[in-house]
Every structure is written in C-alpha cells, then in structure tokens.
Write a protein that binds this ligand. Sequence first.
Ligand SMILES: [Zn+2]
Ligand SMILES: [Zn+2]
Length: 375
Amino acid sequence: MQPKKNLDLVNVLFLVGSPFVAVSGVYLLFHLNGPAWQSWILFAVMMVVTGLSVTGGYHRLFSHRSFKANPFVRLFFLLFGAAAFENSALKWSADHRLHHRYVDTDQDPYNIKKGFFWAHMGWIFYRTEKNLSVVTDLSSDPLVRFQDHYYLPLSIAFGFLLPTAIAALWGDALGGLILAGWVRIVLNHHFTFFINSLAHTLGSQPYSDRNSSRDSFICALVSYGEGYHNFHHSFQSDYRNGVRFWQFDPTKWVITFLSWIGLVWDLRVTPRAKLMKARFEMQEKRFLSKLSQSKWEMPKWKLVEERVQKFRSELEEAYLKFEKARSDYHAFKKKGSYHLKLEEIKSEYRASKEEFKLALLQWKRALSQELVLVV
Ligand SMILES: [Zn+2]
Ligand SMILES: [Zn+2]
C-alpha cells in the first residue's frame, strides 16, 4: 500500500502564489514609472545565471557527476542554484537520481504516468522524505552540505536581496525585486518543470523507447539545452544533452568553455559508436514494428527480419571502421609524424568514409523497404 501523502503547504503556497505576485508586481511597476532598462538586463542575466546553475550545476554536475569542477565553480552553482528556489542541490539530486533509476514507475518522484500536471509540479505539492542514500557521494562535499544546511537564507539572499540591492544602484530596487526576483523565479520554475512533463510527452525517441523520455527542440529552447531528454535518459552520465553539433545546448557550450579555461575538467562523453549503435537499433525496431503490422506470413517475415539485421550489422561494422580510421588519422596528424605514413592513413580514412556512406545508403534503402522486400 502506498504511504499517505501530506500536503506541503509552504510549497503549495509558493508555487501557486508566486505567479500572482509576479503578475501583480509587473502591473504595479508599469502603473508607477515602469522598470528601468538596466533592470531588464539584470532580469536577463539572473535568468541565465540561475537557469544554468540548475542545468549545469544541480543537474549535470551534482546529480550526474558528468564532469569535475573547481570549488569556485561549485560554489557559484550552489549559490545561484539556491536562487532558483528549487530546493537544495542535495535534495534536488536525490529526487533526480530516483527519477532516472525508477523512471515511469511509482518510485519515480515525477512519474509522467501519473499525468502531465503531476510530473510538471503536482509532485512538489507533497511532502517527501529526503532519501539521502542515493546521494552519499554528494553529502561528503562540504560545499553541498553547507548549501543544504543554509538553503533558505541563501535562496532569499541570492534570489531576492541580491537583485534588489543591485537594482537599487540605479534607483529601481522594486524593479529588481519584481523582475529579477519574482518573475525570473516563476519562469525558471516552469522551464525546469517542463523537463519532467513536456520532455516526457512531446518529441521524438531516436535512442530508446524503453521509457517515456523524448528529444524536443522546443523544450531545449526554454531549458538551456535540457530538452534532448531521450538522449539524456539513454546516456545520463554524458555532459552533453544536445549531442549533435547543430542542437541547441547552451549548458554544454558553457561547460565546454569552462573546460577550455581550466575551471572544469574530466568531461564525460559517450563513445560515438555507442550512440550510433543505439540510433540504428532504434531505427530497426521502429521499422520492423511498422512492417509487422502489414501481416506478413511467417516464413517471409523471418527473411525480412534477418535481412534488416544483416544490413544493420554491416552498417555498424562500417561505422566502427570509419571511427577508428578517423581517430587514427587525427592522432597521427597531431603527432606531426612523417609524411608517407600520414598519407597512407589518410587514404585509409577516406576509404572507410566511403564504405560507411555506402552502408548508410544501403540502410536507408532497406528502411524505405526497397531492399528488404525483394525476397
Ligand atoms: Zn526525465
Ligand atoms: Zn538527468
């Protein structure tokens, strides 16, 4: 039997009340003289800084340990993460690790199977026990413990007092409090909440359909790149969410930049061949399930299945060969080794690229049924 859940009145009041405070505050501001232009800039800066402290700090650094960071970076993420009013990093990470471990089940704190609203914010309305057994590694970090202990005063100081004090410098303390305080908190709340609701509802599943997570550009746009959630659930320790170069993932860009200047290091990256294998397998699964609905008789169907699997394994093999040739070539080039050998490796690399292109073409034809149906 499920334990009886108790409403957390403070959370309910804050989550339901904060949008009203924000809207009335903005109305009041415009009713007076309107906010100063500097306050709009402060609002934007606070949005990005607190948003990235949650996505880069709470999520990718603390919950997933997908890179290591200098104490100043950790402290920055903890202070401005607190300003997002989404709980301490310790509690946030505990909930999040449970979400990954038990996704789509009753033990998942924001289980999407209980409905969009529940996953979005309903779950926060109820009191839950702090399950620290899943975050023992984080409890040993004195900075994380400090933020957990002083969470409320830190949130108020960095979430409200700081923007108010900064905006007071140009004589618009109220503008700072409303825009960079209340409005920013409400927006960042719902942008984060969308990852648990929208990113488990809307979008594609290129890597896996074993859980409800989805990749969605729209979701990535409002969540500093966290919307590629299907990738993230498949490879959760990767520091990237938008793994392809054209995908919108500002959190990844910031982490990469911080690594260039030595403030973070040991960025965890999933081998490319593993990503491609997951994509090909998913394409195969989807294709076969679509084809199975056409009610083929068994002997023919077995043949089709075997043929698709053969094309996929050829494609995977060609990709592995291409990947190896590419990394050999780049490693050799970096060493500045002698010319003749380099030329040889370069031509091997080119040949493997062509082979992979051919295998990919064959795969696309197979998926469009041209090859597999000739039985
Ligand atoms: Zn998720
Ligand atoms: Zn995660």
